[in-house]
Design a protein around this ligand. Structure first.
Ligand SMILES: *Cc1c(COP(=O)(O)O)cnc(C)c1O
Length: 385
């Protein structure tokens, strides 16, 4: 049989894993501990922090979707980011993008300050800066593409190739894309990870994370650390993530359809100065995004004319969008990166990353697009009064 498509793998996630009753959906195994068969005779599972059947079902499917061999499910996305840090020793250099997720930035800078590892923060679209960082023989290079909140896209294959030549491992945060739109392991990356809180679960009702590796030994090392420090995901959250995963491909289709229309609308609205969306031909990363992504995703940001006062008015008038951080759920969300998602970053670092006070980010949901457009239109108009 030919390789199964993403939609098929997703829709059939966890089927036939209930060996006892043949339930069509997997059971949620809540037991914290498992009886041994006898003296020193273990079964597949012994203790739920170490291994759990529900968590294993989810790990197996997400690993398959990402084209990897080992999946490690963590309690949050940040736990997944933290887990990667366990691969580093005091003298090891970690290279991160200057515009990575605010929580990741906060974690890396604070751990580096404590002396856990060395850190180089670079604009990864600047080839010279990247070459300088690689000349210092990093142990690990982190890539986040598209980046948050400006949707900058970097060439994953090219950076991975250069990082490998420098002897480094590469980890890619694929949260904004999901495996439906981008497959970093196929581009050579060693680790791909997600905040499953976002598109993977898709219903804004869990926080969770996952890492996938192609290499068995690397995956097992991460799984060992996840058990050791105790950050493995809960059975119930794993069940919900697995359930969410089943509709991921269809959700992404609808997210995409809506996002294309909304980006065009924002791009021509008078109250909007700039739209940051890789799907627009005017976006500086358009051609790279087209090369490495299946489509452009449903995250975008824009500068509102009139600065922070206009942003406040926009938020007062918007009705269908919920003013909340996070992303990737079926509902549309709107946020102000400077005071919300990126508040963990100093204002000077924010400005360096291009995050201004007039920047607004939206996560386009799967509501009827005409309803989304009408709401944005009235709120944008009100922002200029
Ligand atoms: C949300 C997010 C994280 C952190 O995940 P949590 O589930 O909130 O801990 C990491 N990276 C990106 C790109 C995110 O959007």
């Amino acid at each position: 049989m030919a390789e199964k498509s993403i939609a098929t793998i997703a829709a059939r996630a966890g089927l036939s894993s209930d060996k006892q009753h043949a339930g069509v959906v997997p059971a949620i195994h809540l037991a914290s501990t498992y009886a041994l068969k006898g003296f020193n005779e273990k079964r597949d599972y012994d203790y739920s922090r170490t291994g759990n059947p529900t968590r294993a079902s989810f790990a197996q499917v997400i690993a398959e979707l990402e084209g990897g061999s080992v999946g490690v499910v963590t309690s949050t996305g940040m736990a997944a980011v933290h887990l990667i840090c366990q691969l580093l020793c005091t003298d090891d250099l970690l290279v991160i993008p200057h515009d990575c997720y605010g929580g990741s930035y906060r974690l890396f800078t604070h751990l580096a300050k404590k002396g856990n590892f060395k850190l180089s923060i670079v604009d990864q679209s600047d080839e010279k800066a990247l070459a300088d960082a690689f000349s210092q023989n990093p142990k690990l290079v982190l890539i986040e593409s598209p980046s948050n909140p400006l949707l900058r896209v970097v060439d994953i294959e090219k950076i991975t190739h250069a990082a490998h030549k420098a002897g480094a491992l590469v980890a890619v945060d694929n949260t904004f894309m999901s495996p439906v739109l981008q497959k970093p392991l196929d581009m050579g990356a060693d680790i791909v990870f997600h905040s499953t809180t976002k598109y993977i679960n898709g219903h804004s009702d869990i926080v969770g994370g996952v890492l996938v590796t192609k290499d068995q030994a690397l995956g097992e090392e991460l799984a060992w650390w996840a058990n050791c420090i105790g950050i493995t995901g809960s059975p119930f959250d794993s069940y919900l993530a697995l359930r969410g995963l089943k509709t991921l491909p269809v959700r992404m289709k609808q997210h995409q359809k809506n996002a294309d229309i909304i980006a065009e609308f924002l791009n021509t609205h008078d109250a909007v100065d700039v739209v940051y969306y890789p799907g627009l031909a005017s976006h500086p990363s358009h051609s790279i995004a087209k090369k490495q992504q299946k489509s452009f995703g449903a995250m975008m940001s824009f500068e509102v004319k009139g600065g922070v006062d206009a942003v406040k008015k926009l938020f007062e008038h918007i009705k269908l969008f919920t003013l909340a951080q996070s992303l990737g759920g079926v509902e549309s969300l709107i946020s102000h990166p400077s005071t919300m998602t990126h508040a963990g970053m100093e204002i000077s670092a924010q400005l360096e990353a291009g995050i201004t006070q007039s920047l607004v980010r939206i996560s386009v949901g799967i509501e009827e697009v005409d309803d989304i457009l009408a709401d944005l239109e009235q709120a944008l108009n009100a922002s200029q009064q």
